[in-house]
Design a protein around this ligand. Structure first.
Ligand code: ASP
Length: 309
């Protein structure tokens, strides 16, 4: 049996340290722990990496604390438009959806795009038609309503501004979610899910559902899930860049991840972080923001749940 491991994130846009209360910190850590355990149990029982990342991300999507699924931020129209993606390192199979509404678990819809369609990426009305065809129940708008998110939107809704769930914000409910895992067969996978940016419009889509930008998995190298200012992560093709540095320059998982987040993303003025795993079960979780909600667990007995540096 090979080493296996899982890492998850709840976004790199954490509440600034001075504003974090003990109670809130506990809530975040509990939500991370629950998701981590669900994913780890799949791996421990001999399950696949792809199932582990899906179940962990679903758990984070079901929490109102993170900007994905239930906790998704408001768009300029006062709706919720969600993006998600999933990828399997062994086959390079991938599925992604963007601009979906009313879907409780966008990551599962992305998984269905991967498993049940010929395509990789479905968007907007088409993605919704696909969901309908696969008998997805739609949640009422009230399921996604959250007072903090609503106030966050009210603050900027009549402006041209949009707000990334990142740093220096006063409200504490930020964060795209993601998971990466390596299973007992040494297969790896990645999944990412987000509500995007508060007050976003024009069908804005970030890096999270884009294979290679916010999410990537390849058994030759690594599985990566990103969080950060999506526009920069798209320009930097961040998740694939980590893989490329490993494949073409022989960097280790840690070296490649650090190089991308602490050098290449910073060079183009992007902020954020990523979680990554390789086929040996090694984990890297670099970020260039004040914090990143994150957790990991390995079959060697290592376990970490953390928010700040
Ligand atoms: N990367 C996400 C986006 O730009 C946001 C985040 O990570 O919080 O949509």
């Amino acid at each position: 049996m090979k080493n296996f491991s899982i890492a998850i994130h709840g976004g790199a846009g954490t509440l600034v340290k001075g504003l974090m209360t003990q109670e809130l910190e506990l809530q975040y850590k509990e939500a991370l722990q629950v998701a981590l355990n669900k994913g780890y149990t799949v791996l421990n029982d001999g399950g696949n990496a792809i199932d582990a990342v899906e179940i962990a991300v679903k758990s984070l999507e079901d929490s109102p604390l993170f900007n994905a699924g239930k906790g998704s931020v408001f768009t300029a129209e006062g709706t919720h438009e969600m993006d998600a993606s999933i990828m399997e390192g062994k086959t390079l199979n991938a599925g992604a959806v963007s601009l979906v509404t009313g879907i409780k678990n966008p990551v599962s819809l992305a998984r269905d795009v991967m498993d049940k369609s010929y395509h990789v990426f479905l968007a907007g009305e088409g993605a919704m038609a696909f969901a309908k065809q696969h008998n997805y129940d739609l949640e009422e708008a009230s399921y996604f309503y959250d007072e903090v998110r609503y106030q966050q939107w009210q603050g900027i809704k009549d402006s041209e501004n949009f707000q990334l769930d990142h740093s220096v914000k006063k409200d504490g409910k930020f964060g795209t979610v993601g998971a990466v895992a390596c299973d007992q067969d040494g297969n790896i996978a990645a999944a990412t899910s987000t509500g995007g940016m508060t007050n976003k419009k024009w069908g804005r889509v970030g890096d999270s559902p884009m294979i290679g930008a916010g999410n990537y998995a390849n058994n030759k190298t690594c599985a990566v899930s990103c969080t950060g200012s999506g526009e920069f992560f798209i320009r930097g093709v961040v998740a694939y860049d980590v893989s490329c540095l490993m494949e073409h320059k022989g960097l280790s998982l840690q070296e490649a991840s650090e190089e991308v987040i602490n050098k290449r993303v910073l060079d183009i003025k992007g902020d954020g972080g990523l979680i990554a795993v390789d086929t040996e079960g090694n984990i890297a979780m670099p970020f260039n923001t004040e914090g990143m909600y994150r957790a990991c667990k390995t079959s060697k007995g290592d376990e970490l749940i953390a928010i700040y540096k």
